[in-house]
Ligand binder design. Structure first.
Ligand code: PMP
Length: 396
């Protein structure tokens, strides 16, 4: 018998979400998450994945994964500190450090999990964290888990950050103070003002933490936002994910050797959750090799992104202020946003609507994620569908 209180809670809340157009419907894919996907038997141009470089379906990565499965099996068999560390994990961490130009790196099972792990391993209730108000949910949860005082600053507002950093450090209330930011903000595509953040951090002796989930593989010719600004030796924590441009799954911190040594003895998902599978690790190593050897995929990504952005803007859509391939089409009203996404889908474009609570209320958008794997023909077709549906709904 299930609890009556639970039933009332679930039914009333689900009903409310559905009425407000905030209930997220999940469409299962019948194909790989490439430039074209199959859903309900229909082929659609995919503008919703984070598979920036098309590596999720790359033959070299698939081969590396298959070979690793043959040699090491499908599971790592234990947490890292018992006997779930394969040589492959260490090789991945070496490559990540090289990729990020740091002394060392540590891999986790996901980017989300990495933020939960890393923040709480270093910060505690005697500390404070200055956090951009638009930081990713996993950063927010990682901060909460640490029990440090969370001080939100206005999005990319350096005067606000300066004032709050001064107040926090001069109050004498806190032991350590950290500033934490996304490298690239995932819903708007704007880049964090890292040079100014680092300057403020140096002035007030703040710990610097940059989550570059959407910048790695994209900015700095692929090396990420920190490299884009040439600040590799000025950022304490460089966080990344293996699930977006790298095309696989997993997360990591790159930084000084002592920091990584500490995370290996104190961060809980490393100590208490089974490590990445051999296939994930081998495929990620291959992806890093590809990225470090050539910037070809990165160049293709930017070319496609520029093309799509210019096309959507020329049609009259509000594409916001993105500085990266992330291309929102801002609609505003949640119900209208979902309707727009649904009509695009019916016409052959898969571009997911993103509404509250992922973005603030009234700023619903369809977010487009062009990748290196799209062809010009696919983008042209997508643009003509955008034009048709945009006119039909009187959005342009
Ligand atoms: N941080 C940021 C900034 C992200 O955008 C994401 C992806 N949604 C994550 C962390 C989580 O990464 P993962 O999907 O690897 O768990």
């Amino acid at each position: 018998m299930s609890s009556k209180k639970l039933n009332v809670f679930l039914q009333s809340n689900l009903q409310e979400l559905k009425e407000k157009g905030l209930y997220n419907v999940i469409d299962p894919l019948e194909s790989a998450n490439g430039a074209i996907i199959k859903i309900n038997g229909r082929a659609l141009i995919n503008l919703s994945s984070n598979n920036y470089l098309g590596l999720a379906t790359d033959a070299k990565l698939k081969n590396a994964a298959s070979e690793a499965i043959e040699k090491f099996g499908v599971g790592a068999g234990a947490v890292r500190t018992i006997n779930g560390t394969l040589q492959l994990h260490l090789l991945l961490e070496e490559k990540l450090a090289k990729f990020k130009n740091t002394e060392a790196a540590i891999a986790y099972q996901s980017g989300f999990n990495c933020n939960m792990a890393a923040i709480s391993a270093v910060m505690d209730k005697n500390d404070a964290i200055l956090s951009d108000e638009l930081n990713h949910a996993s950063i927010i949860d990682g901060c909460r888990l640490s029990k440090a005082k969370i001080i939100r600053y206005n999005h990319s507002d350096m005067n606000d950050l300066h004032a709050k950093a001064k107040e926090a450090t001069e109050s004498g209330q806190f032991n350590k103070v950290m500033v934490i930011t996304d490298g690239v903000f995932s819903m708007d595509g704007d880049i964090a003002k890292l040079p100014e953040i680092v300057e403020i951090a140096e002035k007030f002796d703040l710990i610097t933490y940059v989550d570059d989930a959407h910048g790695s593989g994209v900015l700095g010719k692929g090396a990420g936002t920190v490299k884009h600004f040439n600040l590799s030796d000025k950022v304490d924590f460089q966080i990344g994910t293996l699930s977006k441009a790298i095309g696989v799954v997993g997360g990591y911190v790159a930084g000084k050797q002592e920091l990584i040594d500490w995370l290996k003895v104190r961060s809980r998902p490393f100590l208490f959750s089974t490590s990445l599978t051999p296939a994930d690790v081998a495929a990620s190593i291959k992806a890093l090799d590809i990225l470090m050897e050539s910037s070809e995929l990165n160049e293709r990504l930017w070319k496609n992104a520029d093309y799509l952005k210019k096309g959507l803007a020329a049609l009259g859509f509000d594409i916001g202020e993105s500085e990266t391939p992330i291309t929102p089409c801002i609609i505003g009203d949640e119900v209208k946003t979902q309707k727009f996404s649904q009509r695009l889908n019916e016409e052959g474009v898969y571009a997911k609507s993103i509404v509250f609570p992922t973005v603030p209320k009234g700023t619903g958008r369809v977010r487009n994620m062009p990748t290196a794997a799209h062809t010009k023909e696919m983008l042209d077709q997508a643009l003509s569908i955008y034009e048709k549906v945009g006119k039909e709904m009187a959005l342009i």
